[in-house]
Design a protein around this ligand. Structure first.
Ligand SMILES: NC(=O)C1=CN([C@@H]2O[C@H](COP(=O)(O)OP(=O)(O)OC[C@H]3O[C@@H](n4cnc5c(N)ncnc54)[C@H](O)[C@@H]3O)[C@@H](O)[C@H]2O)C=CC1
Ligand SMILES: O=C(O)C(=O)COP(=O)(O)O
Length: 630
């Protein structure tokens, strides 16, 4: 708790609530007025001019009340509306207002008629609420305000606070310039610009501290709060143009998110990763051991795609960094492209299309075939391979598949136990094996020679899986009738120039790694991966982690949660429990999951405990990471 006695002076509009109450009142009273929009704009403009100190506050109030045309009876509806608009982090931290009630004041240029009932819920009594009061005529119309009240005059908050003669250190928390002036006048000690609802440049520029929500204010002042670590302090870096929904989802949960369009090379990432808690990438960014070694704060990596071999998964695990991916979100998109390309190749469509683009009409049935009744060879019968199998059969193709692991055949698909059996029978061979480096040059000269003459090859898996020079020579010689290639051994980090030996070859479809690049897939990924990230950060869940023991837990209620990641060495759990026992913690649940290298134990404890236990747990030998959640 704090040493010096402090008093907390809160503004009301756009600080305790998300809105300006008079604007809400105007929305209500002008509902049926044909000039509603114009008047609302005018009111808002006057509000802003007043808040920023560009016109006198008295003038702003007078002008707005005239335009409002409100009645006393409207105030009840306004209060109901405002109750729904309490700022999110204020509502979360109701406990703070209760425990520090005696030291909390509201000084507002709004009106007691609606502020009192709202803040009463937060244990702030009317005698600590300083605000204006309305004047009504005998028909109950709001016709003005009490002009004797200092708060109705320009910079009235200064006078008001001065008159209070509060002792101790005074912290003012508000969104507007009128809050800052109390500190400028030397009556308050600190001004915190509150930006949860609105970021006002003038207030922020003059603030001692900009606080994006109450959690941050409580954290920096070491005051009791709902969550252990303000989310705005958790920095998320999203690379490779992930869908903007990911930014939305993570920002809306309160995290600080930076979006970067491109992938960035190792040396730049080594610099950029410092201080980052969550990294989001797609298939291009190499997260090497060196990058991980520089990542001083990293907790999670989200691969916004299927493949994860671009990440040093083992090294991440050993550093307690959890990796999630999106194993199913773009499956359908890849399958649809594969189907489309198989048909386009079999009909030689791209050749015909290029001819017309070059001013040539060449109508022919030469080398143009239906896919119905043809043999499709699927290599890699995983999520993509299997779905493709079903759709290809629906088109009347005969499906053969080959996989290193035992896979159940769907529909009438026929399993080939040897690769060469599949290669020798297929009219089209399509690759859907995973991105394991052992699959390098999986299709080379030997395999191509085992294929039917004039067969087609589709690669939507990884570029290194096909030996490109061997493919080029097979296409040039006519051994293969065509190919569709979406992935390349070396792909550029951003859009721009690109060269491949496959350029200019007949009946070869070239696409820039867009198998998973559809709106549907990217939107789904931008929902799926952030949810996994938030679940881990907020609750410690590791379900579906690619490189880590999986634990699924309910969100802890009224408990503190210790997350302890450690090397899986003999006796470590005994040591952890020894510490917990020494500090006499009341444990309400403990969950452990291990795999050969690391262990992950979660302990839920009652809220009252000796906080020294946290340091003691961090110091347990072989601890990799320790975090507390509440
Ligand atoms: N072009 C693009 O934009 C996209 C490409 N991909 C690529 O597609 C790959 C496959 O994706 P999913 O089907 O979701 O993966 P998956 O893991 O469900 O399936 C891969 C299958 O390949 C098999 N396999 C691996 N190596 C093999 C080998 N040498 N021989 C035979 N079978 C082998 C595995 O046993 C597994 O059944 C991803 O790993 C990724 O590299 C995925 C999404 C988009
Ligand atoms: O999901 C995958 O593995 C892909 O290859 C798609 O990668 P991308 O998100 O397009 O970089």
């Amino acid at each position: 708790m704090v040493g010096t006695k402090r008093k907390y002076v809160f503004d009301f509009d756009s600080t305790l609530t998300q809105v300006e109450a008079l604007d809400v009142l105007a929305e209500m009273t002008l509902r049926h007025n044909p000039k509603r929009l114009e008047i609302l704009d005018e009111i808002q403009e006057i509000t802003n001019l007043g808040i920023d100190g560009d016109i006198s506050f008295t003038e702003s109030l007078e002008r707005r009340i005239k335009l409002l045309n409100a009645k006393e009876a409207d105030l009840a509806d306004l209060i109901t509306e405002l109750e729904k608009k309490i700022s999110k982090s204020i509502e979360e931290n109701k406990e703070f207002f209760h425990s520090h009630s005696d030291d909390i004041y509201v000084i507002s240029c709004g009106f007691k008629e609606f502020i009192d009932p709202i803040v009463e819920e937060y244990n702030i009594p009317s005698n600590r609420v300083y605000a204006n009061t309305f004047k009504f005529d005998d028909k109950g119309n709001i016709v003005g305000f009490d002009e004797q009240n200092v708060l109705s005059s320009h910079n009235g908050k200064i006078e008001c606070l001065k008159n209070l003669e509060l002792d101790g250190e005074i912290h003012v928390i508000g969104d507007g310039y009128s809050d800052y002036v109390m500190r400028e006048a030397g009556i308050a000690d600190k001004f915190f610009a509150y930006t949860e609802n609105v970021h006002r440049e003038k207030a922020a520029k003059n603030a001692d501290y900009i606080t994006p929500n109450l959690n941050e204010f409580l954290f920096v002042n070491d005051l009791p709060r709902k969550i252990s670590y303000p989310k705005n302090r958790i920095k998320i870096l999203l690379l490779e143009n992930v869908h903007p929904d990911a930014f939305e989802n993570l920002s809306n949960d309160g995290f600080s998110v930076e979006l970067v369009k491109n992938s960035i090379p190792e040396d730049e990432l080594i610099e950029k990763i410092k201080g980052i808690h969550v990294l989001g990438i797609r298939s291009k960014t190499q997260v090497t051991e060196k990058v991980l070694a520089a990542a001083d704060k990293l907790l999670v990596i989200g691969a916004f795609c299927i493949g994860t071999t671009q990440i040093a998964l083992e090294a991440a695990k050993e550093r307690g960094v959890i990796v999630f991916n999106a194993p199913y979100s773009n499956t359908r998109s890849v399958v649809e492209l594969a189907i489309g390309e198989i048909i386009m190749l079999m009909r030689n469509v791209f050749t015909r299309s290029s001819e017309i683009h070059n001013g040539k009409w060449f109508k022919t049935a030469l080398n143009s075939n239906e896919v119905r009744g043809k043999n499709l060879g699927i290599i890699g019968y995983g999520n993509i391979g299997k779905q493709l199998s079903v759709l290809a059969e629906a088109l009347g193709m005969r499906v053969y598949y080959y996989d290193v692991s035992d896979k159940l055949a769907l529909g009438n698909a026929v399993k080939c136990s040897r690769l060469e059996d599949l290669l020798s029978i297929s009219d089209v061979v399509t690759l859907h094996i995973d991105d394991n480096p052992a699959n390098k040059n999986f299709i080379g000269e030997r395999e191509i020679n085992q294929m039917k003459d004039g067969a087609m090859l589709v690669n939507l898996a990884r570029g290194f899986v096909v030996d490109i020079p061997a493919l080029v020579s097979a296409l040039k010689s006519g051994k293969l009738g065509g190919a569709a290639i979406d992935v390349y051994p070396k792909e550029p980090r951003s859009n721009g120039d690109f060269e491949t030996e496959l350029r200019g070859l007949d009946n070869v479809i070239l696409t820039p790694h867009v198998g998973g690049s559809t709106q549907e897939a990217q939107r789904d990924i931008a929902d799926f991966v952030p949810n996994k990230i938030m679940d881990y950060i907020n609750s410690g869940n590791t379900v579906d982690a690619v490189n880590f023991p999986n634990i699924r837990l309910p969100k802890q209620e009224n408990r503190h949660r210790f997350l302890h990641i450690h090397k899986n060495v003999p006796g470590i759990m005994a040591k952890i429990n020894e510490v917990l026992a020494k500090y006499d913690l009341n444990i309400s649940g403990q969950y452990l999951s291990t795999e050969p290298k690391v262990g992950y134990v979660i302990t839920d404890v009652d809220k009252d405990y000796n906080k020294e236990v946290m340091q003691a747990l961090k110091e347990v030998e072989n601890t990799i990471k320790f975090r507390v959640l509440y």
